[in-house]
Design a protein around this ligand. Structure first.
Ligand code: 13P
Length: 335
């Protein structure tokens, strides 16, 4: 079982050399929606083929240090019979696993949710470690609407994230702590900044209370943007400045890495935002990298179309976007 120093070493390896994380942990129902939207049938084998395409992309280990899997994928083998987690590890990419059980309506907080999955988590973490996982992920979601997120919702989710993170560290897995303020809504960027700050403050209060070692975790927050339906679109600079401001105010410097989710941003815009953040002057005590799902996969999925002969084109699209995102970690991306 790794020590606290071992957890920190895993964190450093994941985000070393301007690398980031591929979030490929969509549930069966979510990946099915993404596949069928492109006319691709979703079966256990088509899902395996798609994930294998991504994981075996030539050159990808130069830009991707970790991949988040989900339960079905961590039990699957490649076409050549190699467990997919081993396939990643052999390429020098660290396998991780989504361990939350998804969101459920939160009692007493109409229209809000709490992420479940703490029951039996210690045993599941043990099993996933046996299967090769070295880090885990738990996602809490917060909606912005009138009066929401409520203090009740923020507290319940922050507490669950902290209990999850403490269990992960006990079991020798690096926790990725993911509080996601959703982009859906017509709110201005200022409202997102306020809500993201309140959420992060609550999360770190709970992590402290749960005795989580900040040196052995990664934070996976949203970037601070306006709502998808907002009247005014914030510029790339505004997003970068608001995001850095909120992180500076609410994330302790002991956290080694912040790996953003993409949250429905266009792939190129997500790259530009990350690049602008890293190009900003001023103290940035954490590595600012990516843990994108859609923003890393959309172009590859579009190119693949479920066709074997399209695999090289899909892999080129994936490699290109991962290369751009890695350049953005260095603040040296240009279109
Ligand atoms: P997106 O980048 O598509 O938001 O996915 C990241 C993720 O892991 C969501 O939980």
């Amino acid at each position: 079982m790794p020590t606290k120093a071992g957890l920190s070493a895993t964190v450093r390896a994941i985000v070393a050399d301007a690398k980031g994380i591929l979030a490929a942990d969509e549930t069966v129902s979510t990946i099915t929606k993404r596949l069928t939207a492109r006319g691709i049938e979703s079966t256990a084998d088509s899902r395996r083929a798609y994930r294998e395409l991504l994981f075996s992309t030539p050159g990808i280990a130069g830009f991707i240090g970790g991949v988040i899997l989900q339960d079905e994928t961590i039990h699957q083998d490649s076409a050549d019979g190699i467990p997919l987690a081993d396939l990643l590890a052999r390429r020098g990419i660290i396998p991780g696993i989504k361990v939350d059980a998804g969101v459920r309506p939160l009692a007493g907080a109409p229209g809000e949710s709490v992420t479940e999955g703490l029951d039996g988590l210690r045993e599941r973490l043990e099993q996933y470690r046996e299967l090769g996982a070295r880090f885990a992920k738990w996602r809490a979601v917060f909606v912005i609407r009138d009066g929401r997120p409520s203090a009740t919702c923020i507290h319940a989710n922050a507490h669950a994230l902290a209990r999850y993170a403490a269990l992960c560290q006990e079991q020798g897995l690096v926790p990725i702590v993911e509080p996601e303020v959703l982009m859906e809504g017509a709110h201005a960027i200022e409202r997102c900044e306020d809500v993201t700050g309140r959420v992060l403050q609550a999360v770190f209060t709970e992590l402290f209370a749960a005795r989580v070692a900040l040196e052995g975790m990664l934070l996976k927050p949203n970037m601070v943007t306006g709502g998808l339906g907002s009247a005014r679109h914030a510029s790339v600079e505004e997003v970068a400045e608001a995001t850095l401001r909120v992180l500076t105010r609410h994330v302790p410097p002991a956290v080694p890495g912040i790996v953003f989710l993409s949250g429905g941003q266009d792939a190129v815009l997500a790259t530009e935002h990350l690049n602008a953040l890293n190009a900003l002057q001023g103290p940035k005590p954490w590595t600012l990298s990516f843990s994108f799902g859609r923003a890393l996969q959309d172009e590859a999925l579009e190119a693949w179309q479920g066709q074997r002969e399209q695999v090289p084109a899909a892999q080129r699209a994936f490699l290109h976007r991962a290369w751009c995102d890695s350049a953005a970690v260095l603040g040296s991306y240009s279109a």
